[in-house]
Ligand binder design. Structure first.
Ligand code: PNW
Length: 457
């Protein structure tokens, strides 16, 4: 883990978004293969079959990371590459790939940070109940052990889950992510099992490596500041805060789900779901907390005539509300507000006493003009500059934030948006997979140089 003496910098990707090679070397099917194949789920009807072809071009990608001079590269491991059926038989060729990725990074002086679950659940586990089944967190801990046994000698920073809110609430309540179900109560159940999987995997990794062995295990959450537009929406904001933030942080920090959350999510009081020992296992199971921040959440009381926002479904148990999205916005329609990043860091530090790492922050931009191999993305530069400054503000206030990771290295498969929204520092021509660093890439490399030279002066 970064020691906090300076802010360490990195960039991130996720397996299904960049790898392609979905049929290579015995990889099993994931829920995103299945979901994306269903008509109407992905905006442009495309999927991750080829993506950025990083399964074959990882060395070139490692060169690009090294060219930025960054401390860290955060990548994720595809569970179905390692265990094609989700449990049982190990596919060593899948592990070999991540072995090559890790070595490519280390050879170039970049520290690898691995995420075990960035949403590609093996389909056979989904068929057996997915995150609604208690067998899934148990299988997750076994999978974590297999990966750690292979990479643990070289990877010191481990994230169990990426954004379990998306996996649970976009996957099971809003139905806009895999597995595409629309049952609010199921989302709360999935949330508990995701946390249990985190806890059991964390326990397993610690027992194998221990922090003495340089094994730091955390979880990456897309926490958000909740900003009610009017005083009538304050109570509503508290309900939303429960589903978005407290459902993850409270069991980690206190080993309990609070009363306000239980009113919104009565499922979490079901003794058949939350069994003796579960909350104790989750309590204190993260060495650090990762925060992915893009935009604040602005709920307002429903105003007659305003169309409901689809993301509303992702907050089951709350009163009906509208999500207001003021200008300015990025190309994906998310409000730009860098002060929200300082706020969420400050608020999270008040809720949990752990080092914080910003594990994703970035912007989808539409102004990417390509001329003579140049991609101008000035809006992205401004976005990143302002958010990096917002992290510096939090650090100056004494918040223990140790890292800042840009989402993302490459233009990639942006989930339900397909390839229509691009967050990359590097442009990809999806006809020939040519990689072209954008203006933001050169800008970030400059920031890294400046920050390290100001330390040696
Ligand atoms: C996160 N939403 O996804 C993920 O961790 C990344 O894989 C992704 O590319 C990035 O943010 C940008 O979207 C999200 O609809 C996807 O609220 C959708 C939502 C939130 C996060």
């Amino acid at each position: 883990m970064p020691d906090g003496s300076r802010l360490e910098l990195g960039t991130a990707t996720a397996s299904y978004q960049i790898e392609g090679g979905v049929a290579d070397d015995g990889r099993g099917v994931s829920i995103w293969d299945t979901f994306a194949a269903r008509p109407g789920t992905v905006r442009d009807g495309r999927d991750g079959t080829v993506a950025c072809d990083s399964y074959h071009r990882y060395a070139e990608d490692a060169d690009l990371v090294a060219g930025l001079g960054l401390d860290w590269y955060r990548f994720s491991i595809a569970w179905p590459r390692v265990l094609p059926e989700g449990s049982g038989r190990v596919e060593t060729r899948g592990l070999d790939y991540y072995d090559r990725v890790v070595d490519a990074l280390l050879e170039r002086g970049v520290k690898p940070a691995a995420t075990l679950y960035h949403w590609d659940l093996p389909q056979p586990l989904e068929d057996a109940g997915g995150w609604l089944a208690r067998e899934t967190p148990a299988a997750f801990a076994d999978y974590a052990e297999v990966v750690y046994a292979r990479l643990g000698d070289r990877v010191g920073l481990w994230a169990t889950h990426n954004e379990p809110w998306c996996a649970a609430y976009l996957g099971y309540a809003a139905g806009v992510h895999a597995p595409g179900r629309r049952e609010g109560g199921a989302a709360h159940r999935a949330a508990h099992h995701l946390m249990l999987g985190h806890a059991w995997a964390s326990e397993r990794l610690h027992s194998l490596g221990g922090s003495a062995g340089g094994c730091d295990v955390g979880i990456v959450l897309n926490l958000a500041p909740i900003r009610p537009g009017r005083s009538e929406a304050v109570e509503l904001a508290d309900q939303i805060d429960a589903v978005r933030n407290r459902v993850w942080l409270d069991p980690l920090a206190q080993g309990a789900y609070d009363d306000g959350l239980l009113r919104v999510a009565p499922e979490l009081a079901d003794p058949g779901l939350v069994r003796p020992g579960d909350l104790e296992a989750i309590h204190d199971s993260a060495d650090w907390v990762g925060i992915n921040y893009y935009t604040p959440v602005r709920p307002d009381v429903v105003v007659a005539g305003r169309p409901p926002h689809p993301e509303r479904d992702a907050y089951p148990g709350t009163d009906p509300f509208d999500l207001v999205v003021p200008e300015p916005r990025t190309a994906i329609g998310w409000e730009i507000d860098a002060t929200g990043l300082t706020d969420v860091l400050r608020e999270t530090a008040a809720r949990i006493d752990r080092p914080l790492l910003v594990m994703e922050n970035g912007a989808a931009c539409s102004d990417e003009v390509i001329a003579e191999g140049r991609v101008a993305d000035d809006d992205r530069i401004i976005y990143l500059r302002d958010h990096l400054a917002a992290v510096d503000v939090a650090r100056a206030e004494g918040v223990d934030v140790r890292g800042y990771v840009v989402w993302t290295l490459l233009d990639n498969f942006e989930w339900a948006e397909g390839y229509t929204k691009t967050f990359g520092l590097v442009h990809i021509d999806h006809t020939d997979q040519r990689r072209t660093p954008k203006a933001s890439y050169a800008w970030l490399a400059g920031v890294v140089r400046e920050r390290s030279s100001s330390l040696t002066e």
